[in-house]
Write a protein that binds this ligand. Structure first.
Ligand code: AMP
Length: 596
């Protein structure tokens, strides 16, 4: 299949934000695509080449792409950099530059989707000495044969900046329409996606075997299941309102969520974002098998650091020592952990997703042999506010964050957030009622003790409709010397020459970053702001939301993707609640002082 077909469709998709139009273009594209390469096209649409959990990353630096464009165009690097600086999009730069070239030469042969895909795959797999040069050669050889439009999209995919605005849901709608004729069949496709996290694999089955095969889709070991998520509640009262007469209460441990896949001696670990994190936990790989009384299984647990002498849980940040590339052995012995199981999704050929929550817990209790490394999350059946309160008290005393409340009859709803699971945190660490997870988009150089570091960070929320990052505040408090150093190390790898076009901000930062890092922030109040762009126009024309007295809590939320960060809608909800609280305070005063 010619790559020009895809590029033309990508171009059309870039020009629209309407979901129906996007779906129609996608349906047309899928119908034109030979079945064999449907998964490849589905990955490319999302700007990836394999499902995320396989960790096959292109990770091409802008500099390398600039070198490749310069080589193909026969123009100096400086010229490419200048054009890029003016336009802000390296894909467009490649296209502009090659337009000039193709006016004078003929392209040798038409490039195909198969060739682009295979080349990208090879590039992703290259590592070690000399790999940069080889990558550059592969890229420029593709560019040599590409039309300007094709070059634009090749570069965007390579840099990870292809933003067609296609949500997974839209791809699933299109698959249902293109291959089953009915959009309603999306539900079955989504179920299959939720248990495999691999839209490419699912698309191939829909295209070749039809919807009946999809209905039979089963969990496969080592393909992660998309996690079930919880709704947040504010009080014990809200819990009682939303739960049945008797329900499950579990400690909400503050660590890293892990999905453990086991088959005989083979153990693979996935994070909440479904990245393979096996390498960071050699101790789990070594020790967990012995405590699980099954040949195969998929389990969910929370990894929590502990003090081995006292058995106390330690703060979740201690796990970050495991993310170091070197001296992992040392981190493993210095920062011991426990694995706290809270769910079983599959074991010995039995799919547990449709079993009731309390049934799954019973099975888990039979499978896990507890020792000082593997544990079951403490659990109790409760009925009323008092019991919830008592158990919450115990949980906080044990160093946990709060409680998870679960409907005992609910199945495991992969990939869904809903009220079958509720999370109740004890203390509201700030007046807002909750912390926010915000994305670092820029920084200002530090002064005094912070010279040479980033003294203040510029933060944004995520806007899912527009797929962009509107600013919300600057933050300069809550940092320790250690965290400033750590943030500098992390962020200096994310610096961009120009502000990423998805950042929406009027602020002039000293430095801009690729929006990738999420931090936990608390604040005293949400205010309206003429400068910041989160929730723009929601309350007042030309005003957005800003945070008053924002403070970094010390938690870098590595486990959160930028798409999981707080949204303008969430800030809006907190804003409304805050006004309600003021209103209630006012009502209280009115009553107390008898004011009308
Ligand atoms: P949050 O990250 O605040 O949305 O809270 C949900 C997270 O709590 C999950 O992703 C788990 O990592 C964690 N968690 C801790 N204890 C439990 C539990 N007993 N059941 C489910 N999730 C838990």
């Amino acid at each position: 299949m010619e790559f020009s077909i895809i590029s033309e469709m990508f171009e059309m998709m870039e020009k629209t934000t309407k979901r129906i139009e996007l779906t129609n273009i996608l349906v047309e594209l899928l119908k034109k695509t030979p079945k064999k390469i449907i998964p490849n096209v589905v990955y490319l649409l999302q700007g990836i080449i394999r499902p995320n959990f396989e960790g096959v990353e292109l990770g091409i630096a802008e500099k390398l792409a600039i070198r490749a464009i310069s080589k193909s165009a026969g123009l100096p690097i400086k010229k490419i950099e200048d054009d890029y600086r003016d336009g802000g999009d390296l894909g467009l730069t490649a296209s502009n530059i090659l337009k000039i070239k193709t006016q004078t030469t003929f392209t040798a042969e038409k490039i195909t989707v198969e060739r682009v895909y295979e080349t990208l795959f090879k590039i992703a797999k290259l590592e070690g000495k000399g790999s940069q040069d080889l990558k550059m050669k592969y890229i420029s050889s593709l560019l040599n044969d590409a039309t300007p439009l094709e070059a634009k999209f090749v570069i965007k995919i390579l840099l990870g900046t292809l933003r067609l605005g296609i949500a997974e849901n839209t791809v699933m709608d299109a698959l249902a329409i293109a291959f089953t004729g009915k959009k309603e069949n999306r539900v079955q496709i989504e179920n299959a996606y939720n248990v495999s996290s691999d839209l490419g694999k699912v698309s191939l089955i829909v295209a070749t075997d039809g919807i009946d095969e999809i209905k039979k889709f089963k969990i496969s070991l080592f393909s992660p299941i998309r996690p079930m998520l919880a709704d947040r509640v504010q009080s014990e009262k809200d819990v009682i309102k939303k739960m049945p007469e008797q329900f499950v209460a579990e400690y909400k441990l503050d660590g890293e969520r892990v999905q453990i896949h086991k088959q005989s001696d083979k153990i693979v670990l996935f994070s909440r974002r479904l990245e393979n994190i096996t390498q960071y936990y050699p101790d789990i790989v070594e020790r967990i098998g012995k405590t699980l009384n099954v040949n195969e299984g998929v389990f969910e647990a929370e990894i929590v650091p502990i003090n081995e002498n006292t058995g106390e849980f330690l703060p979740f940040q201690e796990l970050m020592h495991r993310r170091r590339k070197y001296k992992l052995d040392k981190a493993v012995s210095q920062y011991p952990i426990t694995v706290n199981f809270f769910d079983v999704l599959y074991y010995d050929k039995k799919d547990c997703l449709n079993l009731e929550c309390s049934e799954r817990r019973k099975i888990l209790e039979q499978i896990v042999h507890e020792d000082n490394f593997s544990k079951l999350v403490p659990m109790l059946f409760v009925k009323n506010e008092n019991e919830v309160e008592d158990f919450l008290e115990n949980s906080i005393n044990a160093g946990c964050e709060g409680l998870m409340l679960k409907d005992p009859s609910a199945p495991y709803r992969a990939g869904m957030r809903g009220s079958n699971w509720l999370k109740l945190k004890r203390e509201y660490r700030n007046e807002l009622g909750d912390s926010l997870d915000l994305i670092v988009i820029g920084a200002y150089f530090g002064r005094g003790r912070r010279t040479g570091l980033y003294g203040t960070l510029l933060l944004a929320t995520y806007n899912p409709e527009k797929d962009n990052f509107p600013s919300i505040c600057k933050v300069g408090t809550g940092f320790t010397d250690e965290s400033l150093d750590q943030l500098y190390q992390i962020l200096s790898n994310k610096v961009t020459l120009k502000k990423n076009p998805r950042i929406v901000s009027e602020m002039e930062a000293d430095i801009w970053f690729e929006p990738e890092l999420v931090l936990e922030i608390v604040a005293s109040e949400i205010t309206l702001s003429p400068i910041h762009k989160t929730g723009l126009d929601l309350i007042r024309k030309s005003s957005g939301f800003a945070l008053r007295f924002p403070k970094f809590t010390g938690k870098i939320r590595y486990e959160k993707a930028v798409e999981d960060a707080s949204t303008g809608e969430e800030v809006f909800a907190l804003y409304k609640r805050q006004s309600k609280i003021n209103h209630e305070k006012w009502a209280f005063f009115r009553e107390k002082y008898d004011i009308n």
